[in-house]
Design a protein around this ligand. Structure first.
Ligand code: ATP
Length: 303
């Protein structure tokens, strides 16, 4: 295996409606769609679509969604041997309400994702030890995140930590032990407590993390691109200009692609360049995983 994603999966329950019901009211909505998401699963799928060997350590609930989630990951070639059922829980779900202005209202129920534990990492340890890169996010319990960081350090495996969604209780000194810390600007603001409204402020917040011992900080800045900070060096990657249709899951596309190319050739600047183009390509289509191009489509996009 090249990459192991230790993280979340969610089922997006998307209702299209222009009117939200008041308390006690029942309304009819225009349309409904079911989608596979979760930051962990999105990142695993992005890397797998590009051809990486990816395994996931994840938890599904004891419900109808579990089989669909596993099948979806398998369809993209993700190894699901360590996606296990948490008895008596629901799968992670995200009821999403979308109006005709494309405004989203999202609720997240972590469900089984809240049950992913250090024991699940132990169960997969033999396979995880053979991976070149571990990828983590924060939709699973923090003790499991810390355990995975310890595991990676103990076995000399590179580690990406995407601190999303930002959890104020995250132990920054622990997080700074990862090889690549990859927040977006909102997450950077919450985790450092510093403003990020200008590039100068973003860099100042970034310096604070480097000062705590972080090796590599990659900040995604939406349509303004991304920046890599380490020691005194700052490397900026311009966004790839596109007509954006739906930017949801762009950060996950960026990280999954970055992970794939980092494992392929180890050149961070080039991996960021590819990730930037890949995420840009993904925002030209609707949805999250289904908007991620496979290797062929991505090559065509680049040429
Ligand atoms: P999400 O939470 O929706 O997954 P995010 O906030 O974590 O997204 P962003 O920083 O918005 O992630 O975007 C990640 C990367 O995607 C950016 O660094 C950029 O390279 C690319 N990107 C995002 N939006 C655009 C856009 N409108 N045009 C071109 N590239 C974009």
């Amino acid at each position: 295996m090249d990459i192991a994603v230790i993280g979340s999966n969610m089922v997006d329950l998307i209702t299209y409606t222009n009117t939200m019901p008041k308390a006690g009211e029942t309304l009819e909505a225009e349309d409904f769609a079911l989608g596979c998401g979760g930051k962990g699963a999105n990142q695993a799928v992005a890397a797998a679509k590009l051809g990486a060997d990816v395994m996931m350590v994840s938890k599904v609930g004891e419900d109808l969604f579990a089989e669909n989630t596993v099948k979806n990951l398998q369809q993209y070639g993700v190894d699901t041997r360590f996606v296990s059922v948490a008895p008596g829980t629901s799968s992670g779900v995200a009821p999403i309400f979308v109006d005709d202005q494309s405004q989203n209202r999202i609720l997240i129920i972590k469900g089984a994702n809240a049950q992913l534990s250090p024991a699940d990492i132990d169960a997969a340890a033999e396979d995880l030890r053979r991976c070149k890169l571990l990828v983590l996010q924060l939709e699973i319990p923090l003790p499991t995140v810390y355990y995975a960081i310890d595991f990676a350090r103990q076995h000399g495996i590179s580690l990406i930590l995407n601190p999303a969604p930002a959890v104020a209780e995250l132990d920054i000194d622990y997080a700074c032990q990862c090889d690549f810390f990859m927040p977006n600007e909102t997450e950077l603001e919450i985790l450092t407590g510093l403003p990020v409204s200008s590039e100068e402020e973003v860099l100042r917040a970034g310096q604070m993390l480097l000062g705590r011992g972080l090796k590599n900080l990659i900040i995604t800045l939406g349509s303004r691109g991304s920046v890599w900070m380490r020691d005194d060096a700052v490397h900026r990657v311009s966004p790839t200009p596109v007509n954006a249709v739906d930017t949801s899951g762009a950060g996950d596309a960026f990280i999954g692609c970055f992970a794939h190319f980092l494992v392929q050739h180890g050149d961070v600047a080039q991996a960021m360049q590819s990730a930037s183009a890949y995420a840009a390509c993904s925002v030209t289509g609707r949805g999250t995983q289904r908007s991620y191009p496979d290797a062929d489509t991505f090559h065509r996009f680049l040429n």
